[in-house]
Design a protein around this ligand. Structure first.
Ligand code: IPM
Ligand code: MG
Length: 357
């Protein structure tokens, strides 16, 4: 099959890990007889340097014309003090908005081979960690009106409007319920309904939609409590569905408790099958260009892309089992290194996974 994939190489370790994902995808092509056409779509700090904007229109057009988009990570200290409207992060937000990607799925799972890397107490970790955060991605405070102004008394004030319309809440809640249906059928809707109006509306709609999914056990949790429960007993969670800002924070916490942030992929979806796939971790500028990065999160993001956007489940399985095999064989990048294992760089890890396909 021929498929077109938009490649967003990003900043920091981005280009290095993307190169390894492409080597693995090439191995998949060879094994299964596919042909992938890669279209470059610059975005982030590198795009600011080359084009003066973090997301050139041509990159958005490329992403919209491809079957799926693969993204590494963007941003870095180099662009921390530039004009806020062209920060690299703005490119990512514009891409999510422009592609209509309202649902972000971030799985958090403990890899059996890396159980020792889990920072939680053994009696907590032993109960297992395997849940998904379904984060609303193009609404709330991120996309409401941002304002900074001078008040009459001369003092500066700033505000960010956290706004949710009913249809925005309904569609993400549905993704939450559908995701739960494919898993252990437990959905925890996370909000701050004791304070925020947008959360009150969220909770009301969650209760309403629950009637369409009688098999799903729905619970509600305040976001502060959820942050606490994630470290107290993460085994209680199957699917968490929440708004944009809460999801940003909780998904970082979720990835950290697995002890393997470098291993986790995520997907962003809208209507239709075209999605954006990326590792959960950032661009790690401190180790960029040193062949130290862990490419596994990026490679598993490519597997997720095959499964969800390109309808290639066997090919996705092939990547996931190649990753397992390589971990079983004892290869580790520095971030997941443990006694008795063999430490390798980014390239050697990618190569080993490609060979295991
Ligand atoms: C993420 C990141 C982004 C976000 C930043 C880079 C804008 O933290 O994908 O979680 O907050 O959504
Ligand atoms: Mg984040």
């Amino acid at each position: 099959m021929e498929k077109r994939i938009a490649i967003i190489r990003g900043d920091g370790i981005g280009p290095e890990i993307m190169a390894q994902a492409q080597i693995v995808l090439d191995a998949v092509c060879e094994k299964f007889g596919h042909h992938f056409i890669y279209e470059e779509a610059p975005m982030g700090g590198n795009a600011v340097d080359a084009f003066g904007v973090p997301l050139p229109q041509s990159s958005l057009d490329t992403c919209l014309s491809c079957d799926a988009a693969l993204l590494s990570a963007i941003g870095g200290p180099k662009w921390d003090s530039i004009e806020p409207s062209i920060r690299p992060e703005k490119g990512l937000l514009a891409l999510r908005g422009g592609m209509g990607l309202y649902a972000n799925l971030r799985p958090a799972q403990l890899f059996s081979q890396l159980a020792d890397a889990c920072p939680l107490r053994t009696d907590i970790a032993e109960k297992g960690i395997d849940f998904v955060v379904v984060r609303e991605l193009i609404g709330g405070a991120y996309f409401g009106e941002h304002k900074t102004w001078t008040q009459e008394n001369g003092e500066t004030a700033a505000s960010d409007l956290m706004i949710y319309r009913e249809h925005e809440i309904r569609r993400i809640l549905k993704v939450g319920f559908e995701t739960a249906m494919k898993r252990r059928k437990k959905l925890c809707s996370v909000d701050k309904a004791n304070v925020l109006d947008s959360s009150k509306l969220w909770r009301k709609l969650a209760k309403e939609i629950a009637a369409e999914y009688p098999e799903v056990e729905l619970s509600h949790m305040y976001v502060d409590n959820c942050a606490m429960q994630l470290v107290r007993d993460p085994s209680q969670f199957d699917v968490i569905v929440t708004e944009n800002l809460f999801g940003d924070i909780l998904s970082d916490e979720a990835s950290q408790i697995t002890g393997s942030i470098g291993m986790l992929p995520s997907s962003s979806q809208g209507e239709g099958t075209r999605g954006l796939y990326e590792p959960i971790h950032g661009s790690a500028p401190d180790i960029a260009g040193k062949d130290l990065a862990n490419p596994i999160g990026m490679i598993l993001a490519a597997a997720m892309m095959l499964r969800y956007s390109l309808d290639m489940p066997a090919e996705a399985d092939a990547i996931e089992s190649a990753v397992s095999k390589v971990l079983e064989s004892g290869l580790r990048t520095g971030d997941i290194m443990a006694p008795g294992m063999t430490q390798v760089g980014c390239k050697a890890m990618g190569q080993a996974i490609a060979e295991a396909i």
